[in-house]
Design a protein around this ligand. Structure first.
Ligand code: SF4
Length: 434
């Protein structure tokens, strides 16, 4: 089965959600002045500044608006060279932060540059394809002459744009911001959440609430879909399907669904369903109404439009052998009850359709080291709404380097219902399967 995607372009100016931020990370050796730089940018003591090595125990985060760049998440990280006490753990956190950044600011004190560490840091940032800018932090003006020696001993430094300032002097803030504006190229462009939505058309949100559904609010993908459709002048209509009744074959649930569908003045355009209802929706969704899932919508959005790749990867299930491992990655840490999709429903399908295949779980923001990933044959990822698009990109980069295919809850649960079912849920996205 080959899958082809077509790009769908729509005006996205109104849809940079509150959570869409460029991520700028401040990195360097211990005591290079990373926290001072953070404080200079934020104009406040968001980070503790102290001469004691290792003062920044963990990554400190500040959300702010930077004129000319927009909303940003600033991360002040622990020293890249810190190996004492919990050093190795910290180092992993710093590496995780680096993977997530759009821009890596490397702070160097020319009087004490720690070049072997800076080299490691630059190499890691380059291997993650990050934009890099260098900030030489001058604790004394005489330190400037030591920069030449740094660049002579580590010629790699010459590849990047640099600024020379004292991060302790508030008057240097505007020069620093000007430097960022001049040299940072934002690439964090949001994708349309539901590019097929049209004005004055109905869209059904099928939300079968269960014991895991939090009271008082929709889940984030559901709320985002409703907001997006409304913002784009469409009509979102929610339906609570009783999955228990539907699965038991109780005719009253089917009759209720059909009466709901029949109550519109004109046919709804697309049904967006919870992925776990695909076993019902494959036969209950009418041919003349489109169908897709919240999970498919979300993974396309969080991966910045890579839905075709997730769809292609699902073919891997046909090549699985007993003893292979599937990793189910769920980006939220909610308490899991009874029929949880990630821990119960998908593993049940795997056990039934692919006997002998092992299932491994990853929850929340945790992500395995390369060595641990090597044993995985396929990843099935949820929509990923609780992590940033940048973190999703870092995950995809990790998996890409190891050539591990990654598909998605909604795609997998549709595919196991039949190739034609997968074809149907991809249709609204103009992705065709053969
Ligand atoms: S993080 Fe994943 S499982 Fe949790 S609500 Fe978002 S899409 Fe669903």
């Amino acid at each position: 089965m080959a899958i082809f995607g077509t790009g769908i372009v729509k005006d996205v100016r109104n849809f940079k959600s509150m959570t869409e931020r460029d991520i700028i990370g401040i990195f360097g050796t211990m005591n290079a002045g990373k926290s001072s730089l953070m404080n200079l940018i934020t104009q406040q003591e968001s980070s503790i500044v102290d001469a004691t090595p290792g003062t920044t125990a963990d990554t400190r985060i500040t959300m702010m608006e930077l004129h000319g760049i927009g909303p940003v998440k600033l991360m002040d990280t622990a020293g890249f060279d810190e190996l004492r006490n919990l050093g190795d753990k910290k180092r992993k956190k710093v590496s995780a932060a680096l993977k997530e950044c759009d821009l890596v600011l490397v702070v160097i004190d020319p009087a004490s540059p720690g070049l072997p560490t800076v080299k490691l840091l630059l190499e890691e940032a380059l291997s993650e394809e990050k934009q890099i800018l260098i900030v030489y932090n001058l604790f004394a003006s005489a330190d400037e002459i030591k920069i030449d020696l740094c660049e002579k001993n580590l010629p790699l430094l010459n590849q990047f744009q640099q600024i020379r300032i004292s991060a302790l002097k508030p008057e240097n803030r505007s020069a620093l911001l000007e430097f960022l504006l001049q040299h940072y190229i934002p690439k964090n462009n949001p994708t349309q959440l539901l590019p097929f939505v049209e004005q004055d058309e109905f869209y059904i949100l099928n939300i079968p609430m269960d014991e895991e559904t939090p009271p008082g609010r929709y889940l984030r993908p559901q709320a985002m879909a409703e907001e997006y459709i409304t913002r784009n002048w469409g009509f979102p209509v929610s339906y609570r399907m009783n999955l228990g009744k539907a699965r038991s074959g109780d005719p009253s649930e089917k009759a209720r669904w059909e009466s709901f569908l029949g109550s519109f003045g004109r046919r709804p355009k697309v049904i967006i369903t919870d992925s776990q209802a695909m076993d019902i929706m494959k036969s209950w969704s009418p041919e003349d109404i489109g169908l897709t899932t919240f999970s498919i919508m979300m993974i396309n959005y969080m991966s910045r439009g890579k839905l075709a790749e997730f769809a292609n990867a699902v073919k891997t299930v046909d090549t699985l052998n007993p003893g292979n491992t599937i990793m189910i990655a769920e980006a939220c840490n909610h308490s899991r009850i009874k029929e949880d999709i990630g821990t119960v429903q998908i593993p049940n399908v795997i056990n039934k359709q692919f006997p002998g295949v092992h299932v491994k779980h990853i929850f929340g923001r945790e992500w395995p080291e390369t060595e641990e990933l090597k044993s995985v044959r396929l990843v099935i990822h949820c929509g990923g709404c609780m992590i940033t698009p940048q973190r999703m990109a870092a995950r995809l980069r990790d998996l890409g380097k190891l050539q591990i295919p990654v598909t998605n809850y909604g795609i997998f649960l549709s595919y196991v219902q039949g190739k034609e079912v997968l074809g149907k849920v991809l249709e609204p996205w103009k992705i065709t399967t053969l």
